[in-house]
Design a protein around this ligand. Structure first.
Ligand code: NDP
Ligand code: GDR
Length: 373
């Protein structure tokens, strides 16, 4: 029988890859999208199916994690075998600006979904995946981080996600629900939101390469992260719900790099070498070499990265490194794409869009480049 999945956050990075993955597996996939004044389905438009055709296997429903009655109605209509709760205000820096909204969506939204499943009497049918996060470790207590490392969240986002983590555990223990937390470390792709650090770098440097921007303004580039590819990580989200019994898993690569290294790789993908000089807010990256023709607007001596303290966070997570041993042992999961391969893919895609943009500009169509991040 065809399995039915409901994905919150289907229009986001992970939601779009997961929807593709589940459709390939033969699932009927339902996604919740928010009402917005502009189209917000760019990441899933390629799998859109005309609602007037028969056997539609991908359907979108208007909804919001802040709206219990709406969530209950959608779950009642869909009767999902699996719910993937990927929807969230997912930007850590933004959560300091909008802490209450972040708690409402990320913490209470999770509770609303679990309650809807229970209220509808689906707690024995519907399996639940919660998008938990390495941000729970925050001020890290041990390295590498595992499923048993104590949490110390460092942002309103992380605190909200900590509630979501424990409420999923609680519904598992209290009501016997099949609820799992995937404690996912940072994962990226060409579909990553433009204001997360990796995409900000690949897109920013591609724009500089094509003469659309002059300089990349960054926050804490000493920060260390364990970066994987979103495609590898959504596969694991599905695997977690196919276990015999619900358990929580750390999903990571087990390798850590700095933001500065990610900038160096991204530039190198365009044939550009950099030298970092100065310290703290005075650190800059100067071009020391340009090889090939991928970056026609970058020259030796250009300063293409500066620090802007506005991107520092009130409380920072300096270092994260995950140990995915349990996922490997129990589920046979290992990441297939390295951080460097992922960076190369992101640079290639961002160079393509920067070239298109630059071409339009030469024909007088000068679209604004949004650089806020
Ligand atoms: P994105 O920010 O790309 O996507 C978030 C999704 O949530 C979007 O579809 C967004 O809709 C939707 N959303 C936001 N607010 C609401 C709301 N009020 N009601 C319903 N939907 C809403 O995140 P990712 O795909 O990167 O991450 C997926 C999940 O995994 C998130 O929960 C994130 O916190 C978590 N996570 C992500 C990691 C990562 O490195 N990517 C690591 C660990 C956890 P819209 O498109 O309209 O904005
Ligand atoms: P993070 O991701 O906060 O780890 O949360 P992000 O890419 O935003 O930051 C990673 C690190 O880079 C530093 N940094 C900057 N970050 C941004 N966004 N912009 C900058 O200019 C900049 N300069 C330096 C940050 O300070 C940070 O240390 C992501 C999100 O996807 C969460 O939803 C998810 O839970 C975690 O990853 C795991």
């Amino acid at each position: 029988m065809t399995k039915r999945a409901l994905i919150t956050g289907v229009t986001g990075q992970d939601g779009s890859y997961l929807a593709e993955f589940l459709l390939d597996k033969g699932y009927e996939v339902h996604g919740i999208k928010r009402r917005a004044s502009l189209f917000n389905t760019g990441r899933v438009d390629h799998i859109y199916q005309d609602p007037h055709t028969d056997n539609q296997r991908f359907q979108l429903h208007y909804g919001d994690l802040t709206d219990s009655s709406n969530l209950t109605r959608i779950i009642s209509e869909v009767q999902p075998d699996e719910v993937y709760n990927l929807g969230a205000q997912s930007h850590v820096a933004v959560s300091f600006e909008a802490p209450e909204y972040t708690a409402d969506v990320d913490a209470m939204g999770t509770l609303r979904l679990l309650e809807a499943i229970r209220f509808l009497g689906l707690e024995k049918k519907t399996k639940f995946y919660q998008a938990s996060t390495s941000e729970l470790y925050g001020l890290v207590q041990e390295t590498p981080q595992t499923e048993t490392t104590p949490f110390h969240p460092r942002s309103p986002y992380a605190v909200a996600k900590m509630y979501a983590y424990w409420i999923a555990v609680n519904y598992r223990e209290a009501y016997g629900m099949f609820a799992c937390n995937g404690i996912l470390f940072n994962h990226e792709s060409p579909r990553r939101g433009e204001t997360f650090v990796t995409r900000k770098i690949t897109r920013g440097l591609a724009n500089i390469a094509m003469g659309l921007e002059d300089c990349l303004f960054m926050g804490n580039i000493d920060s260390l992260r364990d970066w994987g590819h979103a495609k590898d990580y959504v596969r694991m989200q599905w695997m977690m719900l196919q276990q015999d019994a619900p358990e929580d898993y750390v999903i990571a690569t087990g390798v850590q790099y700095s933001v500065r290294e990610f900038i160096t790789w991204s530039a190198a993908e365009m044939g550009v070498t950099l030298e970092f000089t100065g310290t703290g807010v005075d650190e800059i990256a100067t071009v020391t070499g340009v090889d090939g023709d991928l970056a026609p607007h970058i020259a030796v001596g250009d300063v293409i990265m500066r620090i802007d303290p506005r991107y520092f966070r009130p409380a920072e997570v300096e270092t994260l490194l995950g140990d995915p041993a349990k996922a490997k042992k129990n589920l046979g999961w290992t990441p297939e794409i390295t951080a460097q391969e992922m960076c190369a893919e992101m640079v290639r895609e961002d160079l393509k869009s920067a070239r298109r943009h630059a071409l339009l500009k030469t024909h007088g169509l000068d679209l604004p480049v949004s650089v806020e991040g």
